[in-house]
Design a binder for this molecule. Sequence first.
Ligand code: HEC
Ligand code: HEC
Ligand code: HEC
Ligand code: HEC
Ligand code: HEC
Ligand code: HEC
Ligand code: HEC
Length: 425
Amino acid sequence: MIRYFRVLAGSNLKIRRSTVVAATIAGSIFLLAKCTNNNKPANTATAESAPRDRFSEYAGSATCENCHRDIVEKHAKTAHHLTSEPVNDNNILGSFKKGRNEFDFDKRTKVVMEKGDSGYFQVKYVDGKATRKGRIDIVVGSGKIGQSYLEWIGDHLAQLPITWYGPEKQWSNSPGYPPDKVVFNRPITSRCLECHTSFVQKTGESQNAETYSHTRIVYAVDCEKCHGPAAQHVQFQSQNPSVKEAKFIVNPAKLSRQQNLDLCRLCHGGRLNKTKPSFEFSVGDSLASFFAFNPLSIEMANIDVHGNQYGLLSVSKCFEKSELKCTSCHNVHEKEDGKLQVFSQRCMNCHNPEKGHPCKMTAEIGPSISQNCIDCHMPKQVSHTVSVYLEGATTPTAALMRTHYIKPYPEENEKVIAWLKRKNK
Ligand code: HEC
Ligand code: HEC
Ligand code: HEC
Ligand code: HEC
Ligand code: HEC
Ligand code: HEC
Ligand code: HEC
């Protein structure tokens, strides 16, 4: 099973978490005013009119294809685009083949993945008898780390007991679930959906769980999560094909540095305590108007490599001493995972013998240094919040993730120098 908890340096406090993202952020205080970008779609609701119908402001990424085909095609392969979808015959990564479709809790209890005429299911068996059946309705996670499954129970969403763990290509117990109990009804919060979809219409709350519309959902972290709802943009540009400049759409490149960072921080900033309902934040807004940042200083917070790239980056010298943003290194329209040389080129936009701040190891390593700054300065580290109990294991397997605390890690030198030598033989 995957366990999530937060560990604070300087105390022995361990807080169990029920969501995937742990780690606290320590906040810098944001004094930025709300965005005054006139290009943002207008909020059409007035005080007297009906409540704002946010869902109708979305056009859906299929509509972008007519005019931005190249970006739509590349984006389709990204983890963002693949992070949530209604279930179909191709998107469940875990196996349903006999022998590989079971997770045993103990000698008597197991969960079996089954395909039936009406869909895909996780079925609990006690002493060979089926006692509970959960239907896979929504798939969450690109699978690089893992994939979880959600079931509609009335208008609630619940997480199914078994999650597929990517690095080991095995079924495991779902995040935060007790290792010895099969749990079918853990409610999915709107905050969970806020990080893994673009929009979900919340309809209310009952039996201590939030309720949602089944149909008014914009799946995936898609175009309109980062550019704002775009129905008005699509309508305007379609009706005015001769107008070559964009209207009613946000380009994050034109925002202030902090606004630009706040977009990514919404989901890559660790645990944030919201002060307004989920899905109210939109690109261009100041995150501080929607979340209360933890007053802990950054030194006190032991930031985990999972889920808080913003926290780690913000204590790095690169971030403090330059205008570095997430998008200085990441082209979010493309799947670039594993392209270490491409990322290294982006480091060298600021670090090279001509521009200054070159690596002190440049002479020792030689020209091949440009192939991999990453493994020496952003090594993969063990996550303390994402660790999985695989079937039958007594110790957890921890996920490895890139740290965004950029600095020298001399203990990595030997390994990386040997790797570069082998590669360039
Ligand atoms: C009918 C054509 C059309 C459609 C459909 C369309 N756009 Fe655009 N879009 C344009 C034009 C024209 C521009 C301005 C030229 C450019 O930047 O490519 C533009 C520019 C943009 C920009 C850059 C804005 C800026 O200020 O630099 C973004 C972001 C954008 N569109 C997003 C989207 C998204 C997301 C969708 C789908 C929901 C979409 N567009 C659908 C025509 C369209
Ligand atoms: C709505 C929430 C959300 C926003 C906003 C968001 N991300 Fe993400 N991001 C995610 C989630 C969730 C994943 C993991 C997806 C998965 O693997 O299923 C992810 C994954 C990634 C990855 C890993 C890709 C890979 O192939 O491993 C990168 C890089 C990334 N995000 C960068 C960014 C940057 C840069 C921004 C801001 C421009 C941003 N994200 C904004 C939620 C978000
Ligand atoms: C995770 C956030 C994110 C997602 C998802 C995303 N974009 Fe972007 N997009 C950006 C950022 C950030 C920029 C500005 C890049 C820069 O700094 O130059 C951008 C720029 C653009 C531009 C301006 C031209 C350009 O190429 O820079 C267009 C057009 C655009 N995006 C369309 C789309 C479309 C269409 C989709 C969906 C298929 C999409 N974007 C998905 C973050 C995102
Ligand atoms: C604050 C935003 C946030 C919340 C809340 C959140 N996640 Fe995530 N989740 C992420 C990000 C970001 C990643 C990937 C990057 C990372 O791990 O740092 C991720 C990764 C995952 C993955 C692994 C995807 C992969 O890369 O294969 C799964 C599965 C997942 N989340 C499911 C959930 C579920 C289910 C919930 C709610 C019960 C949830 N998450 C809550 C942001 C969030
Ligand atoms: C936007 C420019 C920019 C980019 C891109 C950038 N850095 Fe930096 N980095 C800086 C600046 C400025 C400093 C501070 C230099 C100083 O203090 O003299 C710095 C400092 C560093 C340091 C020293 C840190 C310390 O604690 O001593 C390392 C190591 C480093 N960068 C590596 C990288 C790597 C690796 C990448 C790519 C993954 C990268 N940088 C990308 C601007 C950048
Ligand atoms: C100085 C360059 C740089 C900056 C700035 C940067 N990243 Fe990254 N990021 C990387 C590199 C390099 C990787 C590793 C890519 C790989 O292994 O293929 C990475 C990986 C990731 C991943 C995947 C994590 C994993 O372990 O697989 C996520 C998510 C991510 N970045 C999000 C962000 C967000 C959000 C920001 C801004 C807060 C950001 N990054 C800023 C260089 C950067
Ligand atoms: C084999 C590991 C390794 C590789 C590869 C590597 N570095 Fe370094 N780097 C180090 C170590 C170790 C230090 C600290 C050396 C010292 O202080 O004597 C360092 C120092 C630095 C510094 C700080 C320099 C200063 O003046 O304090 C920067 C900036 C830097 N590296 C950037 C990079 C960039 C950019 C790349 C890729 C082009 C890169 N490094 C590749 C190991 C590496």
